[in-house]
Each structure stands twice: as structure tokens, then as C-alpha cells.
Design a protein around this ligand. Structure first.
Ligand code: NAD
Length: 493
């Protein structure tokens, strides 16, 4: 008789307890490298979200009064627990997302850096004061949390992206309700156990699994005062419009199509190595992935040749296996969508320098590294975020031509330049439309101390995630203007 294995259904974490969802609708959570169903994610209801937000509001009353250094100490402990559990956390990420273990370890490290930054809350929350704004009058600016914060996160960074949000939100005194991606909800279970071990009080951090019903609940719930969203452009635009319509503070970090310019004076070998990592790492499922490479005429042929040779040698497979660099995309429909783009690129007249369809495998959702050359701005493969290991290369006359071309994109998340010229680097910095720039680097993702700063359709809002923007987003200010009466001393006039 065949062995019957039961797949667990994930629970929600509300007010410090794991609770079963009342919903019977679930989505399978796959290991994309093996197609194994690892768990079922419940599509929780609006009322479950409302309950989480209600208890988060109750918890807020005590948490906001908890001394800031005491809150920071919990984060210090949490940070140490993340370090102690780094390997296990990375393995969970690789299993649910598909990226290589090395990349998962890198992701865990980026999450840890966010916690480190948030643990500086006592300094970051300090206000300003001026003892004398007029005769005997002083002004003081105090910083307070905003209340309950809702977080909505994508599948591609199950740890790092939630860590852009909740550590700073709770360090500054808010309570938090997270709706993780329904495609990668497993890592958060482990995060919860570590937060509990670090001593986080009940109700400060809550998790409600699900999809659009829970998102709509976050957008409408009366207790939720601020929303941090990271995901695709259409959903981010919807979240921003609906959330602000309901008078909530919203930051929405969205899609991307990142451009890289390689000039004649670049170190070509170094540029190729960086571009390979940036375009095909995490199977291209990164908002900072290199998607378009504009190469100056003089080195175009050499660059393409070297890029193709390197890409052909990429090791594909299960990210848990030694030496694997390129894992699967997240789901069958993502694979199908990618193959459609490859077909469309050919139909539009781009030349396939490397055809990833030759290395597709049905063991998991694998698509091989794909390189198009002679791509032009009227092609969909140039315009759309493909979010897969598909790279477009185009020839440009010079730096100005490269920037003019890149600036036609509706997105403006990251952009990179490979060059040895100080004046070209400065010209690029001043003229390119993008919030995060890399110079002789493939993936210019800023550290936690800086804002994650997309422009145009890559971001909706004003305060970005991380850095001082993060502190501003999760706090509100109170300015006290006080007249101090002169003390009267006996015997003095
Ligand atoms: P997605 O937009 O499909 O999902 C993001 C979140 O929104 C998920 O939690 C999902 O459940 C929810 N959602 C999806 N459809 C919804 C709907 N119709 N109504 C309400 N909620 C909905 O994004 P994804 O596929 O998980 O992630 C990939 C996208 O995220 C890419 O576009 C990528 O560029 C972007 N991303 C951006 C950044 C950044 O910093 N700009 C970082 C990481 C990922």
C-alpha cells in the first residue's frame, strides 16, 4: 500500500498564539526545485485579519510605553538568535524559494543587518530641541510610534523584505501584522519562534497567511495606521491608491527593469562576472536584477562573447546542492510566462545569443540562462519586468546614448555603470533615472542604513524602506513649544 503523507496546513500567529485559520481554502506551498508540496497556506479571511489587528492595537498600548532601550535589547537578542540559526534559516529559504544556499545565506545576512540597524532605535528615535527659539521659549521635537503597522511582502526575499519592515517598526514602538507571500510563507514560522525566544511580548508581532482578502483587510482595517508593501507594480499601485484613500500612511516598493551600461574603458572580465551574478542569480527573481545591458560599440562583440561563454557554464539545479548557482523560478506559471517572453523576443526580432529553453527541466520549474542581443526599446522584452533568468543586451553609441535609452523605461529602481572614468561616473550619477546606483558593481542593493530608493513606477510614496526614511515612516512627531517663566528668588528684584 502506498505511504500516505500528510502535508501540514500553516497556522496564523495572533496575539502570541498559533491559531488555525477558519478558512478551508488553501494554496499549496511548493519546493520549486522538486515540485514537492511542503505545506498548505490558508487563505485567511478578513475577520481573521481584523482580529489580528485588534489584538495588535491592544498590545500597542503597553508596547509604546515600553522603554526604548528595553525594546532595543529584545532586538539585540533576536539578532544573536538569527546569527545562531543562520544555516537553518537559509535552508528554509532555499527550499521554499529555490535560490542557491549561498544566496540564501546572503539574504539572511541582509536581514540581520536590518535588525542591527533597528536595535539602534534609542539613538534613532531621539528628537531635537532648541532652548531658545524666542525670549524664555524653547522648542522640542519628540518622536512617537504611529500604531499598528501592516506589512505585505513578496515571494522573492522571504526573510530580507519582512526584515526591512518589522524590526524597525517594532523597535520604534509600533505593533505589526504581517501577511507574507502565500508562495513563501514558511520562513516566518521560524522567525516567530526566534522572536518569542528573544522575549517579544504577545501581540507585538502577528502573522496572517493569505492573499488578496487579507491585503484588502489591511487596506481597510481601522486600527492599521501605516502599510509597508513590497511586490509587483500593479499590486503596489492598487495598495498605494486604496491605502491612501483610506487615509493611511503607505510606502509601496514595486517592480523594476534595471539597466546597466558598460563603456569601452570598463574592465570587461569584471563587468561580465558582475552581470552574470546580477542577471542570473536568484533566477533573475530580484527587484535589483540586471535586466538590460547597454554596451558601448567598441567592446560589444567581445562582451557578448565572454558573457555567453560564462552563462553557458552556469551550474543549474537544486539550490541545496554544492556548486549550484541557478535554481528554478518560483512556479509553473512563472516558467510558462518566461518561455512566452523568450518566444516573443524572437518574434520581435531580437537575436538569441543563448537559448535557455535548451536547459529547461521538468524536475522543477527550471529555465536556463537566456541572453538576447540586438534588443531595441520597442520590444516587450525590453519594456516589461520578466523576473526570470532572461537578459537583454543592446549596443549603444556612448554613455549619453545609454542613459537616454535607459531613461525611457517606466521603471527606475537600480542602474549600474561599468567604467574607469571619473567624469563618466559623475555624468552617469547626475543623469540616470534610478534610485540606487552601482559603479563597477552588479547589484547595488543599499545596506540597511541607507534607504531602498526606487523612482518612477518602482516606488509609490515618499518615505522609502530602511535608513532614516524607515525611522521617519514608522514614527510621528510632537513638537512642544514652551514658555518658561523666570524663577523668582527671595531677596532679588
Ligand atoms: P506580487 O505583487 O504578486 O505579490 C506581493 C504581495 O501582494 C503578496 O503578499 C501577494 O499575496 C499580494 N497580492 C498579489 N496579488 C494581489 C492582489 N490582486 N490583490 C491584493 N494583494 C495581492 O509580487 P511577487 O510576485 O510576490 O513579487 C515579485 C515582485 O516584487 C516583482 O515585481 C519585484 O520587482 C517586486 N519586488 C520589489 C522590490 C523593491 O524593493 N522594489 C523588492 C522585492 C520584490
Amino acid at each position: 500500500m502506498a505511504e500516505v503523507t500528510t502535508v501540514k496546513t500553516l497556522k496564523n500567529y495572533i496575539n502570541g498564539e498559533w491559531v488555525e485559520s477558519e478558512s478551508t481554502d488553501t494554496l499549496d506551498v511548493y519546493n520549486p526545485a522538486t515540485k514537492e508540496v511542503m505545506a498548505k497556506a490558508p487563505l485567511s479571511t478578513r475577520s481573521e485579519l481584523d482580529e489580528a489587528a485588534r489584538t495588535a492595537q491592544e498590545a500597542f498600548e503597553d508596547w509604546k510605553e515600553t522603554a526604548v532601550p528595553k525594546r532595543a535589547r529584545i532586538l539585540f537578542k533576536f539578532q544573536q538568535l538569527l546569527i545562531d540559526n543562520k544555516q537553518e534559516l537559509a535552508e528554509i529559504i532555499t527550499k521554499e524559494n529555490g535560490k542557491s544556499l549561498k544566496e540564501s545565506l546572503g539574504e539572511v545576512q541582509r536581514g540581520i543587518e536590518n535588525v542591527e540597524f533597528a536595535a539602534g532605535a534609542p539613538t534613532l528615535m531621539m528628537g531635537d530641541s532648541l532652548p531658545s527659539i524666542a525670549t524664555d521659549i524653547e522648542g522640542t521635537n519628540y518622536r512617537y510610534p504611529v500604531g499598528v503597522v501592516g506589512g505585505i511582502t513578496p515571494f522573492n526575499f522571504p526573510m530580507m523584505v519582512p526584515c526591512w519592515m518589522f524590526p524597525m517598526a517594532i523597535a520604534t514602538g509600533n505593533t505589526f501584522v504581517l501577511k507574507p507571500s502565500e508562495k513563501t510563507p514558511l520562513l516566518i514560522e521560524k522567525i516567530v519562534t526566534l522572536l518569542e525566544e528573544a522575549g517579544l511580548p504577545k501581540g507585538v508581532f502577528n502573522v496572517v497567511n493569505g492573499a488578496h482578502d487579507v491585503v484588502n483587510g489591511i487596506l481597510e482595517n481601522e486600527h492599521i495606521k501605516a502599510i509597508s508593501f513590497v511586490g509587483s507594480k500593479p499590486v503596489g499601485e492598487y495598495v498605494y491608491k486604496k491605502g491612501t484613500d483610506n487615509l493611511k500612511r503607505v510606502q509601496a516598493l514595486t517592480g523594476a527593469k534595471n539597466h546597466t551600461i558598460v563603456l569601452n574603458d570598463a574592465n570587461v572580465d569584471q563587468a561580465v562576472k558582475e552581470v552574470i551574478g546580477a542577471a542570473f542569480g536568484s533566477a533573475g527573481e530580484r527587484c535589483m536584477a540586471a535586466a538590460v545591458i547597454a554596451v558601448e560599440e567598441g567592446i560589444y562583440d567581445t562582451f557578448i562573447q565572454k558573457l555567453k561563454t560564462e552563462a553557458e557554464n552556469i551550474q543549474m539545479g537544486n539550490g541545496l546542492d554544492d556548486g549550484v548557482f541557478l535554481g528554478p523560478v518560483i512556479r509553473e506559471e512563472n516558467k510558462e510566462r518566461t518561455l512566452q517572453y523568450i518566444n516573443q523576443g524572437e518574434e520581435e526580432g531580437a537575436k538569441l545569443a543563448l537559448d535557455g529553453r535548451d536547459r529547461c527541466s521538468d524536475d522543477g520549474y527550471f529555465v536556463g540562462p537566456t541572453i538576447f542581443e540586438d534588443v531595441t526599446t520597442d520590444m516587450k522584452i525590453w519594456q516589461d519586468e520578466i523576473f526570470a533568468p532572461v537578459l537583454s543586451v543592446m549596443k549603444v553609441k556612448n554613455l549619453k546614448d545609454g542613459i537616454r535609452t535607459a531613461n525611457q523605461s517606466e521603471f527606475a529602481n537600480g542602474a549600474c555603470l561599468f567604467s574607469d572614468s571619473a567624469s563618466s561616473i559623475r555624468y552617469f550619477r547626475e543623469n540616470i533615472d534610478a534610485g540606487m546606483l552601482g559603479i563597477n558593481l552588479g547589484v547595488p542593493a543599499p545596506m540597511a542604513i541607507f534607504p531602498f530608493s526606487g523612482w518612477k513606477s518602482s516606488f509609490f510614496g515618499s518615505l522609502h524602506a530602511n535608513g532614516k526614511d524607515g525611522v521617519e515612516f514608522y514614527t510621528r512627531k510632537k513638537v512642544v513649544t514652551a514658555r518658561h517663566l523666570k524663577p523668582q528668588f527671595e531677596g532679588e528684584e
